[in-house]
Every structure is written in C-alpha cells, then in structure tokens.
Write a protein that binds this ligand. Sequence first.
Ligand code: SF4
Ligand code: SF4
Length: 230
Amino acid sequence: MALVDYKKDMMRCVRCSTCKFIPIPSLLKSWRFAQGCPAIAKHNFHAYSASGKLIMALSLLEGRIEYSPKVMEILYNCTLCGMCDLSCKVGTDQELWEVLHEFRIDAWQRGEKTRLSPHVSIVESIKSYDNVWQQPRRKRTDWAKGLKVKDLNQEKAEVLYFVGCTYSLDPEMRRVARNTAILFNKAGVDFGTLGANEKCCASPAFMVGDEELFLKAETQQRSFHGHHLP
Ligand code: SF4
Ligand code: SF4
C-alpha cells in the first residue's frame, strides 16, 4: 500500500473529534475521564489528533503543503497507540492506524530531510549491531551468565524465549530476563534462546516507518527460526 491508497479514509473524516476521546464516552461518569489521545492530551491542538494528521496527509497528497519540520514534529508526536482507530470505528470503518503508519513510511521513504536524527540513530544501530542500544553483539547473552539457559544454536527445546534488545542489554531491565529464566526453570519449562544469534525484531524500525529494514529483519528471523526450532 502507499499513502495515496488511503485517500478515501482521509476524505471521509468529518472532523467530529471522536478520535480524541476514548470509545463511547457516554458510558463514562464524567468528561474528566474521557481523554484518550496522548498527543491531544499533551498538545490540545487539532493537528495533533488523528483527524489532524489525516488532513495533513491529504494536503500533502494534493500539493497544498510540503513536508516540513513542523509536519514531522506533529507526525511523530503520536504514540501510534491506536486509541483513535477504535474510537473512530464506533461510527465508521476508517483505518486510522494504518493511515498514520503509512504516513511515517511515506515520510521515511522521502529521504534524509524527513528523517529525525534520534530515529536515524536507532535504525543505524539495528543495521550495525542488530540491537537498538549500540552495543556489541557479544554482549547479547551477558544477562544469562550463571543461569541454566539452552542455546538453540547447539540443542533443541520446546520453547523459544525471545528476550529482545532491551531485556538483553539494558542494565536495569536485564533482571527481568534473568528472573524470567529462573521462573521457567522452577516451573520445569524446556526453553532456550537464540543466544548470540538473537537479533533485534526491528519493531522500532517498523514504528519509525523504515519498512524495508523491518521486512528484511523479519525475513531473516523467520528463516533462522525455521532452521533452529523443532
Ligand atoms: S473520529 Fe474519525 S471521522 Fe471523526 S474526526 Fe476523528 S478521524 Fe475524523
Ligand atoms: S495513535 Fe496517535 S493520534 Fe491516535 S490516539 Fe494514539 S497518540 Fe493519538
């Protein structure tokens, strides 16, 4: 799909602002609890809502505006939580989340000027180190030192524990991985990890809009899992 394929979704937005609030606010006791969109909670300006981004995307497609630092700031001041999608679907069948994500893919594909530097750092780290933390690959298994964890490169197990970049490499979060392995062992789970061959799932690349890197990482992981799991 391309951004232009979602033009109908953009044109069907009636600017009702329902996407700013949690679904069916009439069921709530008070409007005080109705706030739903984190971007609107922070900025309280229509452009930051899903509707605002649909209008921006349509304006870009029709040549009324161009990509600019402000457009990028609004586009990425969005958690992609999808609450807006649920709320809009109470009354329509618009695919808001898909449009918001495709908007990022479109921005990323336009090149350097539409890429924000923190996002470029994350993507470059995935490409260079197979993790988002700019850490050498050899550190990926440090969290498991002293624990009984099968290496699925050497032997088979019933369960693959995919640890992930943050739980493998962040000093604070490593204890989550360690405690998970301890619990698995206590529960008698036959598990293992991909060891030094575990790579970033590339979901951060997916979220910033680098579709090419995400699809490449996904294909590599599928092929690796296919070879190493029973
Ligand atoms: S809820 Fe849907 S139709 Fe209403 S403003 Fe938001 S995106 Fe547009
Ligand atoms: S996905 Fe973005 S626009 Fe939609 S509710 Fe979440 S923060 Fe708001």
